[in-house]
Design a protein. Sequence first.
Length: 461
Amino acid sequence: MKNLSRSFHLWSIIAVLLCISLVVGSYQARHVASAKENGTYEQLKTFGKVLDLVERNYVEKVQPKKLIYGAIQGMLTSLDPHSSFMTPEDYKELQVETKGKFTGIGIEISLRDGVLTVISPIEGTPAYRAGLKANDKILKINGESTKNMTLIQAVRLLRGPKGTKVTISIYREGWTQLKDITLTRDVIPIKSVHSRMLEKGYGYVRISDFQDKTSSDMEDALEKLEKGGGLKGLVLDLRNNPGGLLDQAVKVADTFLEKGLIVYTKGRIKEQNMRFVAHPNRHHHNYPMVVLVNGGSASASEIVAGALQDQKRALIIGTQTFGKGSVQTIIPLEDGSAIRLTTARYYTPSGRSIQAEGITPDIVIPFIPPSKLSSIEKQENPFHFLKESDLLGHLPNKGPAGRNKSSLSGKKGTRPTPGPNAPKGVKTPPMDNQLQEALRILKAWNTFSQIIQANPGEVTK
C-alpha cells in the first residue's frame, strides 16, 4: 500500500509538471505533438525517477515544494543569464523595486563567471558612503559564501529592516586579501531623475534607472530647466543606468522624437513581435542633445540611446554600452510565484541588435575619475564594467551587421572642474571629463548653428 501511495504521488507530480510544460493557451495541442516528437515524456520520466530517489534516499527529509522549485530554477537558469524563477517572496521584491523604494545597502549587482559583482553603488546610499566601487567582488555575505548563489538569493540577504547591519566580504583588483565591510541598512528611495543647469542655457538630466514615474519626472525636470529663456542644449546622462521598465524607456525616447520608430522586438511567436513608434509632442524639445553612456548602460537605457542615435536626434558619447538586448517577460503563476523568461530581442530603428553588442558611441571618450588616480587605478582601470557578452550562457547576437565599429576615435578629456551656477548652499557635483566634453560639444554645436544661419550662402558654396 505504501509503494502504491508513493507511486501515485510520483505520477501526480509528473502530471503537474507535464501540465505546466504544456499550458501555453491556444498552442496546447501543438505542444503536445512537439513533446511526443522531442521525447519530452521520456525525459519527464527520468526527472520523476530522480525526484523519487531524492525523496527516498537523501540524508534528510526534503519538502517536495523545495525540490520542484529548485528544478524549475535550474531549468530556467540553464537557458540564459536573465531567465529565472521567482518564489512568491522574490516576486514581491521585484514589484517593490519598480516602485522606487526599498530597504537595503544600495548597490546594483550582477553575476560574472558565477561571482557576485558590483555594477555600481547608488549615490547617497550606505554602499556609496562606504566606498564600494564598480567591479568589486562580493565573496561573502554575513560569512556565507556567495559561490553558486543566485542574484535573487543575494538580494534577499543584502536587504532587510532599516537599522539592521550586514557584513560583506569584498575583493578588489590589487588587494592581497578580502576586506570585511559592515553596512547599516537604510531606506533606499531611488529617485530616478536628477537635473541641474551646467551653465546658462545648458541643462543636465541624469536618469539612474527606469521606474514607474521616470518619464513624468523627466518632463517635470525639463519644464524647470526650460524656464527663463529655454535651453540651448541638453546633456542626457544614462551612464551606469542598468535599465528597468520598457514602457518608460519608450516614453523617454518619445519625449525627444516627433515621429519614427523607437524600438522593435522579435521573438518566436507573433505576440512577441512588437513595434514602438514616436508621437508628436505637445511641448517641443528641439534643442541639440548629447547622450552620455558607458559599460554600465544596459537594456532600457540602450533602447533610448539607440533610438536617439538612429533617428539622428542626439550625439552619443562615452564608451561601449553593456549589450543587454533581450526582452524578459514576467509570467505570474497560480501560487504567487513567477518566471522571468527571455522571449525576444531588441532592435534599434535601423535594425541593429543590441544583444551582446551594445551601442557604440558616435564619439568614444574614456572616463577619467574626478578624484586623483591611485597607483592601483593607474595600473588597472577600475571602471571596467561587465558586459552582456561576459555573462556565461548569454544569447548570441543575430543581427545582420555584426559588431559595430565606431568611425570616430575618442580623446582623453581634461580634469574635471566644479560645475558653474550652483545654487547657494548646495555643493554641485564636479564635472568629469565626459560631461565636460559633452558641454563643449553643445557649445560648439550652438556656435556653428549661428554661423550657418548668419552666412548660409558662404557655407554652401
